[in-house]
Design a protein. Sequence first.
Length: 467
Amino acid sequence: MAASAAPDSTVERIVIENCAVATVDANDTEYASGHVVVAGNRIESVGAGRAPAGLENVVRHIDGTGHLATPGLVNTHHHFYQWITRGLATDHNLFNWLVALYPTWARIDEQMAYTAAQGSLAMMARGGVTTAMDHHYVFPRGSGDLSGAIIRAASEVGVRFTLARGSMDRSEKDGGLPPDFAVETLDGALAATEETVRKHHDASFDAMTQVAVAPCSPFSVSTELLAQGAELARRLGVRMHTHGSETVEEEKFCHELFGMGPTDYFESTGWLGEDVWMAHSVHMNDSDIAAFARTKTGVAHCPSSNARLAAGIARVPDMLAAGVPVGLGVDGTASNESGELHTELRNALLINRLNPVHRERALNARQALRLGTYGGAQVLGRAEQIGSLEAGKLADLVLWNLSTLAHSSIADPVTALVFGAAAPVTLSLVNGRQIVEDNRLLFADEDAIALSTRDEARRLARIAAQA
């Protein structure tokens, strides 16, 4: 039987029929041939068979034969600006990679940030991402309104968006990794973060833009910025994000500088809780996972970046078994040059099977899809609004074409989507508005973005070389 909300005859409707449907609801309900009805910006009906008869104001009717409908993908960790520094430091671990690239990143300006955001967003959106986030923490002096530029790019592409307003105040002179000219002051970072929240954060149910407080990492942020950042976020009622437990070098850094491991350090500064999510969380022992589960602290799992930087294999199966909320992240495209989230569905499944403890039982296709949809919504604090196809939720959904050469001989559609090559996106809706059709963006010129990102990458390289 279809799940449905009370029909409203005054709103415009989109009807999708004859497709396989993976709802990713609490019961993982699926329909071999089903329908989704969108009314305005909400899902009105999801179920088996044809849509209810007699619907009014149907402005579009889509035959989904050969397709799979899923919730839109949710990206929980990214650094958009890195789009214009892809392909550099390709054989480095995290710390050496950061030292190599910080001096270049510290020369970005507003135009570069906007153009790089366009590239990052375009790549994700055309590949099924409907909710994106950006952890931006590099704010060179005199560089312009970087936060505003990033938010503008997300609005133009049409995705739902969380800006994690990052910051750094621990430079080389204080024992950190960033160069001295690449950081903010403690007071300056806190004031700018509060201004960004007050200017851009929308707390409403169908918000298209939200802001989180996001000091960068233990090795680039002072204890005072972490602690006061947590106080600021909770005073303003917004979420909190940072990097944590990514590498063995970070763990060693925390023990040497703070006398404790990353999880204990974060807890001592107020950085565990259901309003917090961490990027990576690769090097977690049993007590760390228990602390995350106890406090409902979320994790953004970034398997491709973790492999690119040789960080290790995160214990995702153990986290899920303990009740830790886990979503997927592209991470910055200077450590994941493909920049799209389908790769993370597949790599989360494959890389976790390399763990000698769990092996082939680590994750299955449906668990991977859940990480990329409902799990991401949990981590961003939006599970009541997005992440599953259920009546009353926001109409963020994707229709994947599985009738192609790459997929048509795989009988199970979810297996085809996760195990197979990246599937073409026939339709992507965000808030009930179509942003992708037949694998092309509707509100952004991909060819123009390709040219502008190339030009900005070359301009940044020239400026960095001169410096």
